[in-house]
Design a protein around this ligand. Structure first.
Ligand code: NAP
Length: 273
């Protein structure tokens, strides 16, 4: 019997499997794309031949498929999910109530991890349905802690916001870094130098903030001097509404998560008629 089984082995499943690579969990996976079997085995994960087999042979099953594939996969596996198994979903905008329409009174967990889980620097939000025992919830949190920081959300409505913040957030940050790299290259630095500048400056700033317990606002004051270079740059960012752009970006992303959720509900209601 496997401790954990992945259904779908794309970007996020691979990040989670890497995050678990130093643990002793026995892991298996299945992906419809046959070409993924090499990647599965390379991560020391057993490659099984169907989703049903993953469910039958695993204690905890992690659904790592795109939101649009949930109905079909849940339909396929529902008769194999007993009340002893724990089903974890990573689907953005896929609510616990949506999954429970297929899996009724089963133990269900919703998580929103991110790709940084691969290196133990991730952030995972988690919510449980009422069927998990306290010791099962603690066990799931222990597994999630292998990926970095875990936060339990009692109110599932926060998932749309956390999806934008910590799920999509790493990509927004990468977009910012990409702009720094492009500017450095345009200024005459090599790509390697540009990447070093961007990564070490941003990583260094984050490390300073974490180690000093300083809030970003105070840190900006510390770096700035009157009429200096930092003040000039910050003044420009403010004049262009930089903060509002970032906040609106998260707002739009959270709204998208909400609309995926609503679309799922509508699809399901149509299917149930
Ligand atoms: N990527 C992230 O950073 C991130 C972060 C948090 C949450 N998530 C969530 O994680 C889920 C997966 O995202 P992803 O980026 O990992 O997607 P992905 O890279 O497309 O991986 C999904 C994999 O599942 C396969 N698949 C499709 N239908 C299947 C089925 N019936 N049985 C088994 N495997 C199947 C896909 O194959 P095909 O390509 O042939 O369809 C693909 O290889 C999404 O619901 C997303 O919301 C992602």
């Amino acid at each position: 019997m496997f401790d954990l089984g992945f259904i779908g082995f794309g970007n996020i499943a691979q990040a989670l499997a890497k995050g678990l690579s130093s643990s002793n969990y026995n892991i298996c996976a299945y992906d419809v794309l046959k070409s993924k079997s090499k990647t599965i085995r390379a991560l020391n994960v057993a490659c099984l031949s169907s989703n049903e087999e993953v469910v039958e042979k695993s204690k905890i099953i992690i659904l790592c498929i795109k939101p649009s594939h949930f109905s079909q996969v849940l339909d396929n596996i529902s008769s194999h999910v007993t009340n002893k198994k724990i089903i974890i979903s990573v689907g953005a905008g896929v609510s616990l109530s949506f999954i429970s329409k297929f899996l009724k009174d089963r133990k269900l967990v919703r998580i929103m991890p991110n790709l940084s889980s691969a290196f133990g620097n991730g952030f995972t939000a988690v919510a449980f349905n009422k069927f998990l025992l306290k010791k099962e919830r603690s066990f799931i949190i222990k597994i999630l802690d292998s990926f970095g920081k875990t936060m339990e959300l009692k109110n599932e409505s926060f998932f749309d916001k956390i999806t934008a913040l910590s799920g999509s957030g790493p990509a927004f940050f990468a977009f910012y870094l990409d702009s720094i790299i492009k500017y450095a290259i345009d200024s005459g630095f090599t790509r390697k130098q540009a990447v070093d500048i961007a990564y070490n400056t941003s990583g260094g700033a984050l490390s300073y903030l974490q180690n000093s317990n300083l809030l970003p606002e105070k840190f900006i004051e510390l770096v700035s001097s009157p009429k200096g270079t930092t003040e000039e740059g910050i003044k420009y960012l403010k004049s262009k509404g930089f903060k509002k752009i970032i906040m609106d970006c998260h707002k739009k992303s959270a709204k998208r998560s909400q609309s995926i959720s609503l679309k799922n509900e509508l699809l399901l209601r149509r299917k149930m008629k």
